[in-house]
Design a protein around this ligand. Structure first.
Ligand code: MEV
Length: 328
């Protein structure tokens, strides 16, 4: 069996706009998905997933590619997660040319599903890495990232950027603009995450922004403005200017709200973080529910979030310097 892990991420800036060619700056965090892949004697795919959430629904998934999953909670989310595994295994078969090979896949993850912390990218990266290694091929990181991107692109119906998957494969802070993906120097940021216990449907949210952008000029302008904020944010990150980073994150959140991807609980957590003295706060990822990211060197934001109605969990996250880890 080969086992790999890959980290989740937060977006400091630029989600959604990155889908339209604007730059984005996500940053990998030390919450990981670990995927074990073992070759089977037949061509079946059996997926076993435990604890696919940070808070709550621990689920045994005993489904196979031939049968429906046997789950009673968050079925939609789990089915979506299993779609990423299926897609990742297709990439493994494609890379290695072993088109009929079957696998037992085991997933353990610290990253809540669909909550803006890059669970699907981490699962795709770790599954492709472990699957190819199980068949004797070790992919170079850029190819691994590209293959994981292809997985997301297909599962999300042709609507995905390279940001999540590149960040998860390489670790650290990265900048992605179209197919130009690179690592950035980043200071150790005081990242606090607030989680509302919920999730958003990335495909639906991306489609909603696309429609808005086609229908209203303000939405197209908003996407361009997010790009401007990202460019300023890169400069603030390079010099470690937390105050400016925070201010730009606040602006970015406002623009994401204008695009309709925030929610009552995300807004409540963002405001609680700001009121507690955070340098700035915004939703992270596709939105609709899930997580916010705030910058605060004190304990105030974490404490304030833990008392905020709608916030289920608040915690500090460390930057993950390393992307994919080859564990076995
Ligand atoms: C989702 O984590 C980030 C989005 O920008 C979609 C993508 O980049 O693929 C909303």
């Amino acid at each position: 069996m080969a086992v790999s892990s890959a980290p989740g991420k937060v977006y400091l800036f630029g989600e959604h706009a990155v889908v339209y060619g604007e730059p984005a700056v996500p940053c990998a965090i030390e919450l990981r998905a670990r995927v074990g892949v073992e070759k089977r004697a037949d061509s079946k795919l059996r997926i076993h997933a435990e604890d696919l959430s940070l808070d709550g629904f621990t689920v045994e998934y005993g489904g196979t590619a031939d049968g429906p999953p046997d789950v009673d909670v968050s079925e939609t989310l789990l089915t979506a997660a299993m779609g990423y595994v299926d897609g990742a295994i297709e990439q493994v078969r494609d890379v290695t040319g072993e088109t009929d090979v079957g696998f037992d896949v085991t997933i353990e993850s610290d990253i809540p599903l669909g909550a803006g912390l890059g669970s699907s990218a981490a699962v795709a990266v770790a599954a492709i890495d472990a699957g190819t290694r199980e068949l004797g091929t070790t992919l170079e990181i850029n190819e691994l990232a590209e293959r994981a991107y292809q997985t997301e692109y297909e599962v999300q119906g042709g609507q995905a950027s390279r940001a999540d998957t590149f960040c998860s494969a390489t670790g650290g802070a990265v900048r992605v603009e179209g197919d130009d993906c690179r690592s950035l120097e980043a200071p150790d940021l005081p990242i606090v995450i607030g989680f509302d216990g919920g999730a958003g449907d990335t495909g639906e949210l991306v489609a909603g922004v696309r429609q808005l952008r086609e229908e209203y000029d303000f939405a197209a302008d908003t996407v361009d403005s997010i790009g401007d904020i990202v460019r300023k944010g890169e400069n603030a990150l390079a010099v470690g200017d937390l105050e400016e980073l925070g201010r730009l994150m606040d602006f970015n959140h406002g623009l994401l709200s204008a695009l309709g991807v925030s929610s009552r609980s995300l807004d409540s957590m963002v405001w609680a973080a700001r009121d507690a003295g955070a340098d700035g706060a915004k939703l992270t990822g596709a939105g609709g529910g899930g997580c916010i990211v705030a910058l605060d060197s004190t304990d105030e934001t974490e404490t304030a979030l833990s008392y905020t109605p709608g916030c289920k969990d608040a915690f500090r996250a460390e930057l993950a310097e390393t992307g994919v880890k080859r564990l076995e």
